[in-house]
Design a protein around this ligand. Structure first.
Ligand SMILES: [Zn+2]
Length: 640
């Protein structure tokens, strides 16, 4: 069974509600509906799409908490946490922003800096501010219940690291290994929050369960709801059975930021509880980026499915196809609208659409849409049908190893096989002399089309249906795939419909423009970093800034971020090491005039003495640009 749902707790929701001036319930209802509809519209179907705000879920989560509490699994700890005096409340991690101690991003959250990816504690932040009042919070004592992940570490080493090293994908295994290597710490399972599942203890009034305690339990409560609706026994899906052979297999399909919760925290909770099965595999994907930048729904750097459907009506499969082709299975990947256009035009239109269309058009042209078996098969037919029969297993094998990109590539190869067969047989040349032969060729080509309809089901469900409709045969299931007789002789085909249309340059430009507009409006809304303390004119006068010219540039070996620049300062030529290599190539900076602080104390960076600093401007998205004269001015000019 396939379960999914929306996690409707957590600080992000209350923050959004506050921003929009509505109640959290309104936010979760809106997004639950939107997400659920988008899934349906894109042909993604679950046994149940549930939500963690339901009573059945709150009750089950509390039951879990009490079970662990009753066994004495939690450590009770008093700690100091940030508290907003104006709002009289403790601040969840996401309610605190400040400067990241690692990369100095001024907009880091209390739990993570989204710029450098470091996970943080609120107290790590420099100059923390409450997002409620904008003021500096105070530290105040509060009590919480911690899950002793350190206690479960030996068990996790055995179950996860020893037991799953040949099962988990390398990206997942690597992350788990590094978490365990750095040593697990007790993690608080409760929070001072006003939205979420109540901690079911008298002394914990006003406290809620940590969202990563309750969210994965959502899979179980969703199953429970489904079983109630269907009259089934939910426990047989989730609890360990007397005969382990009857245990079900649990697989989590998630993204990389949730690996730790599904591989470490949730299994530790299930293990501590004791009655439940553990995940068999967590084939997590890495990140999908969009047009050179991280996806961000809050910054509206995103492709919204409901907007996509308005702008590309009926083109669900085009997006499904592109996303499957670029799925970040083992490393981050990127969606670009140009690539979307190329995949639709060069693959879906030119290969799959073209083949199906030619078979339909030729069958109508020569035989009024009848599929007819003519002269006997030659070795070409035997060979092509033999090859066709291999595809179902190839695809199945890739899918069962979670290699979706590879599975889709197999599918497209089946379409290529059809195209090649038709091109080799050239029925349009043979028809005049040997129509019986053409009957057979189109008969076999028709079987390939019917097979493509079956094989397309997991990837392109709408296209699959369209092909079945065109062929006028009922949708066959996977067991039929690979067979050479899905259409019988004398069968009458339906009308030809176009499967795919080309994506135009204008459509691509429209989408790119939308993203540019979102970026521009974000820049206006970006948090302004506060003014630093006042300095005297003498302080300023100590800075010796000149206009220099970059006369040589190269990457510093074995680093990602560093460029070694040779700068003509007007008084000398010196080496400066600058952390801009992720933004500019050596070629891009050569011959540029720049502002350079020349009396900064020299520093050794990666064994190179850096004499000075190039001044850069950085926007809220972390984009860097040079601060340089508008017109060319003499090298060595003084900036004052
Ligand atoms: Zn950072």
């Amino acid at each position: 069974m396939y379960v999914c749902g929306s996690d409707e707790h957590g600080a992000a929701i209350t923050i959004k509600a506050k921003k929009e001036g509505v109640q959290p319930q309104e936010i979760i209802d809106k997004y639950n509906t939107q997400i659920k509809e988008s899934f349906e519209e894109f042909g993604i179907s679950f046994n149940i799409y549930h939500r963690t705000s339901e009573k059945i879920h709150h009750e089950l989560s509390q039951e879990f908490f009490l079970n662990l509490y009753g066994k004495g699994e939690f450590i009770e700890k008093f700690s100091e946490q940030y508290f907003d005096e104006e709002y009289q409340q403790f601040l969840a991690d996401r309610y605190i922003v400040g400067t990241c101690p690692h990369c100095h991003n001024p907009g880091a959250y209390g739990d993570q800096c989204e710029k450098c990816g470091t996970s943080l504690n609120p107290t790590d932040l420099i100059d923390p501010r409450s997002t409620l009042s904008g003021k500096s919070p105070i530290l105040k004592e509060t009590k919480h219940w911690y899950l002793p992940l350190d206690k479960y570490q030996p068990w996790l080493e055995e179950w996860l690291i020893q037991g799953k090293k040949d099962v988990l994908k390398s990206n997942v295994f690597g992350q788990c290994q590094s978490w365990l290597k750095s040593g697990l710490q007790p993690r608080s399972m409760t929070r001072d929050l006003d939205w979420g599942v109540d901690v079911p203890l008298k002394e914990a009034q006003g406290k809620k369960l940590y969202v990563w305690l309750d969210a994965p339990i959502g899979y179980i409560s969703a199953t429970k709801q489904w079983a109630l609706d269907e009259g089934k026994d939910w426990e047989s899906y989730w609890k360990t059975q007397q005969d382990p052979a009857n245990d079900s297999t649990l697989i989590h399909f998630i993204g990389k930021d949730n690996i730790v919760f599904h591989c470490i925290t949730f299994p530790a909770i299930l293990h501590a509880h004791g009655d439940y099965i553990l995940p068999e595999n967590v084939p997590a994907n890495e990140f999908l980026n969009l047009e050179g930048d991280k996806l961000s729904t809050s910054r509206n750097h995103a492709v919204w499915l409901h907007e996509y459907l308005d702008e590309f009506p009926g083109k669900q499969d085009e997006l499904r196809y592109t996303l499957t082709s670029i799925l970040p299975e083992t490393s981050d990947s990127e969606f670009t609208w140009k690539d979307f256009q190329a995949r639709v035009n060069n693959e879906l239109v030119a290969i799959l659409g073209n083949f199906v269309n030619r078979v339909m058009v030729l069958s109508h042209k020569y035989f009024d849409g009848q599929v007819l078996m003519g002269s006997a098969f030659t070795s070409s037919e035997t060979a092509v049908l033999q090859e066709l029969s291999r595809f179902p297993d190839l695809i199945k094998q890739s899918l069962s190893q979670y290699r979706f990109r590879e599975a889709l590539a197999h599918f497209m190869n089946a379409a290529r096989l059809g195209n090649k067969y038709l091109a080799d047989q050239e029925p349009w040349k043979v028809f005049k002399e040997d129509p019986e032969r053409v009957k057979t060729v189109l008969f076999v080509a028709g079987q390939i089309v019917a097979n493509l309809a079956v094989l397309a089901q997991p990837f392109l469900p709408f296209t699959s249906k369209k092909i079945f409709d065109m062929l006028k045969i009922s949708a066959s299931n996977w067991d039929q795939a690979g067979k050479p007789d899905l259409i019988s002789s004398t069968h009458q085909l339906g009308e030809t419909q176009l499967l795919f249309e080309k994506i135009t340059d204008e459509q691509v430009e429209f989408q790119l423009d939308k993203l540019r507009q979102a970026k521009a409006s974000n820049a206006l809304l970006a948090p302004k970093s506060e003014q630093k303390a006042a300095i005297s004119f003498d302080d300023f006068g100590k800075l010796d800034i000149r206009v220099g010219k970059i006369i040589a540039a190269e990457k510093v070996a074995k680093t990602k971020k560093l460029l070694q620049l040779t700068v003509d300062t007007g008084i000398d030529k010196r080496i400066v090491v600058s952390g801009i290599a992720e933004h500019f190539t050596p070629e891009q900076v050569l011959d540029k005039q720049v502002a350079i602080l020349i009396n900064l104390e020299p520093r050794m960076i990666k064994g190179i003495q850096s004499q000075g600093m190039i001044l850069m401007a950085e926007d809220a998205d972390g984009r860097l640009d040079f601060v340089n004269p508008v017109t060319n001015i003499s090298t060595g000019s003084v900036v004052r």
